[in-house]
Structure formats: C-alpha cells, structure tokens
Design a protein around this ligand. Structure first.
Ligand SMILES: C[S@@+](CC[C@H](N)C(=O)[O-])C[C@H]1O[C@@H](n2cnc3c(N)ncnc32)[C@H](O)[C@@H]1O
Length: 380
C-alpha cells in the first residue's frame, strides 16, 4: 500500500509527499519494506499497542513466536522484554533485512529467523507466547488469523498466551454521499463518450477501506461477533442484525470495524471513535441507496467466510439488507450483496460470422452461479 496524505497515520514533514514518493515496483529497492511495512511502522497506535501488550505478557526466559514478523519490530520488542528465544517467522524475503536489524540492535542471538510460511514451519519446541499482527479486514479477514490458530494448536503450551487473544467485530449503517458516490462513479456518467456502467456491479459488490465519522451513523453500532482466537471458529462469522434508525436519511451501506484484545487491559480499536489506524474502517456499499425513516427497521444479514473449509472454496463477505417500515409494509426494500458478485463473468463472444460459447466460460459461469446460490443469504 502506498503512503499518501489520505492514508498516512503519522504525517511526514510538510511538503515531503509532494516532493518524494516511493515507486512500488520489484525493480527498485524492497517493495514490501518501502511501501507496506513503512506504512505499518508509521502507525503508532497499532505498533505501540502491540509493544505494550508484549511488555505485559512476555516474561524473562520465555520462548515466543512472532508470526508474520515483517520488519521484525515485534520480534525485537519480545527480545527486549526478556524472551530467551524468539522464533520470527516470515514468508517474505524482507526477513533478511529484519535479521540485519536484529544484529544492529544487539539482539540477533535471541531471535531465530525462519523464512517460511508458518503453516509449513516446524519448531523444535513448544512456546509460551505467540504474537502476531495478523489483523485484516474487520480484524478477521485474510489468511493470517487462521495461520496463527494453526500454529497455536501445534506449538502453544497449554497455558500459553496469544497476542491478540480476541477480536470483536462491529457494524453500523451509514449515510455518506461521499463514500456512496465514490463507489457509484461508473453509473454516474460517461467516460470519454463511452458508457462504463457495466463496471458498477463489480464496484458495488466490493469492499472499501474508508474513514467514517460517527455523524454518518444512521443507528447505534452493533456487535457482530466476539471471537476468542484459541477456541472459536475463526474462518466463518455470520449474524442477523436489526438496526433502529436514530434519524431519517438515505442508507448508503455499512461501516465495519474491529477491536482486538491484545492483552488484559490492552485493546486496539479501529473504531471511527478511536484514534485513526492503518485499518481505518471497512465500507460495505449498497447497490442502491435506500431511504430510511425513524420508524423503519434496517435488517442486515452479514457473513464473512474465509473460504478455508474446502480446498478451492472462495472466501467472501456477504451483506443482505432489508429496510422495512411497519406502517408501510408494501414499501419493503431489499438488496442481496456478496463479494463473489464482483468477480466478472466470462462474456460469450458473438461475432457476425460465428458464435462461440466456450467450455471454459460455461464452466466458470456455472460455478459462479452455484456459489452465489449456495452462499447467498442462507438462513444462518
Ligand atoms: C501485517 S504484517 C506485520 C509485520 C510486523 N509483525 C509488524 O507488526 O509490523 C504481516 C506479515 O506477515 C507475513 N505473513 C502473512 N502470513 C504469513 C504466514 N502464514 N507465514 C509467514 N509469514 C506470513 C506477511 O508477509 C507480512 O510481512
């Protein structure tokens, strides 16, 4: 991710951004360090919360894993907190730079760098603590949380500790013309004389990282789920939520975020009410804005599936919305959305001289139909 004035959490000296920017290409420098990890380290809310949790949890002499070590910052913090050994596991070649940093800080003897995907890593001993900055979209989205759970099941001592220990997900319905119009740009106009409204379905069934203000909320936020990483199913979350609007307006979608419990008394929040972090919030846009009144009811059937149950199964976010009004039942409006809808279908090419319905496109489209029917707004 590039750092811009829009997404930077720590600001650089005035004018720096206008004068210099990293070009994210494998041809120059180390893209992961120069872009993504620089961005992570610039987030002091995130990084200090993790270091604080490490200082609370890691005891001198303990054995620790830093899963997804990246720049090595958390492995360094574990060694500084007194860990006897830290296994820093990282699949990216950035690990070799992290190793140099450990040497430069005089901590190389206590950090063992393992350049591997954690799911294939073998450790020579059980560990007291696993720390991982594994937080993805709404905390759980992505593959890192299941990787942490996998490693914990294999190597964490029965009384071992995990950082983070739990993730709580929240959602609020929002009115925000700014975010809605950004997503709906495709159907709003013509591009150089061409109609690109066919892109709209993909855009509307996508997820956006966005910054929201609480003034955008149409109702009080609700908790979607509270997931204890060691004991819960971390690959699938679903919830049916009812929101009573606190004001009338136009429903433009939902704002989602997480709070991670890193250690007892140490919480990292990506709420719009908390100091900004790299995660900002997640915007789940609506395909169409829906009017709401104070006597309406906004019902949301939310699902997050990491797609890890069966090989080849796609992951998805699903948000099915219904706005009802008891006094006007005929005016019920509903929208069924899922990120799987954003995957473009193959177009059957029909030329004047021949029509082609390729085997491949039939297979792709029927697989997609199957997925949409089976994962859509089930009764869960
Ligand atoms: C969000 S970064 C965190 C980096 C660092 N711990 C920090 O807090 O700044 C996650 C890192 O985990 C690595 N990663 C993700 N999944 C992994 C896995 N299963 N095994 C090893 N590394 C992984 C990525 O390459 C990335 O560098």
């Amino acid at each position: 991710m590039d750092i811009t004035s829009e997404n930077a959490v720590v600001s650089y000296s005035p004018g720096a951004e206008a004068s210099i920017a990293y070009i994210p290409t494998p041809l120059t420098g180390h893209p992961a360090l120069m872009g993504f990890h620089r961005h992570l380290l610039a987030d002091t809310v995130r990084t200090e919360a993790f270091i604080q949790a490490i200082e609370c949890v890691v005891r001198p002499g303990q054995v620790v894993v830093d899963l997804g070590s990246g720049s090595g910052i958390l492995a360094l913090a574990c060694a500084r907190a007194g860990a006897a050994r830290v296994y820093a596991i990282e699949s990216d070649s950035l690990i070799f730079l992290a190793q140099q940093a450990a040497q430069a800080n005089g901590l190389a003897e206590r950090i063992i760098f393992i350049h591997q995907d954690s799911r294939r890593a073998d450790l020579p001993e059980k560990v007291d603590v696993i720390v991982s900055e594994c937080l993805g979209l709404m905390g759980l989205g992505g593959t890192m949380v299941p990787a942490v759970v996998d490693l914990a099941r294999r190597y964490l001592k029965p009384d071992g500790r995990l950082i983070p220990q739990a993730i709580t997900l929240f959602i609020a319905p929002v009115e925000s013309p700014l975010h809605y119009e950004y997503v709906h740009v495709w159907e709003q106009g013509r591009f150089y004389g061409f109609d690109l409204a066919t892109f709209q379905k993909t855009a509307s069934n996508n997820l956006y990282i966005a910054r929201f203000r609480p003034e955008s909320f149409l109702s009080r936020p609700q908790q979607v789920a509270a997931v204890q990483l060691l004991t819960a199913n971390v690959t699938e979350v679903s919830a049916r939520l009812n929101f009573a609007p606190t004001r009338s307006g136009r429903l433009h979608g939902f704002c989602g975020w997480f709070e991670a419990s890193l250690a007892d008394g140490v919480t990292l929040s990506a709420s719009p009410l908390a100091p900004p972090t790299i995660w900002r919030q997640l915007y789940l846009p609506l395909e169409k804005e829906l009017p709401v009144a104070t006597d309406s009811l906004i019902q949301l059937n939310f699902g997050l599936n990491l797609g890890l149950r069966l090989a080849g199964e796609p992951g998805f976010f699903r948000w099915c919305t219904e706005v009802t009004c008891p006094s006007r039942p005929a005016e019920t409006m509903s929208l069924k959305q899922i990120t799987l809808k954003s995957i473009p279908r193959k177009v059957e090419t029909v030329h004047a001289c021949h029509s082609e319905r390729s085997e491949e496109s039939l297979k792709t489209n029927s697989k997609q139909n199957f997925i949409e029917q089976n994962y859509f707004c089930d009764s869960k």
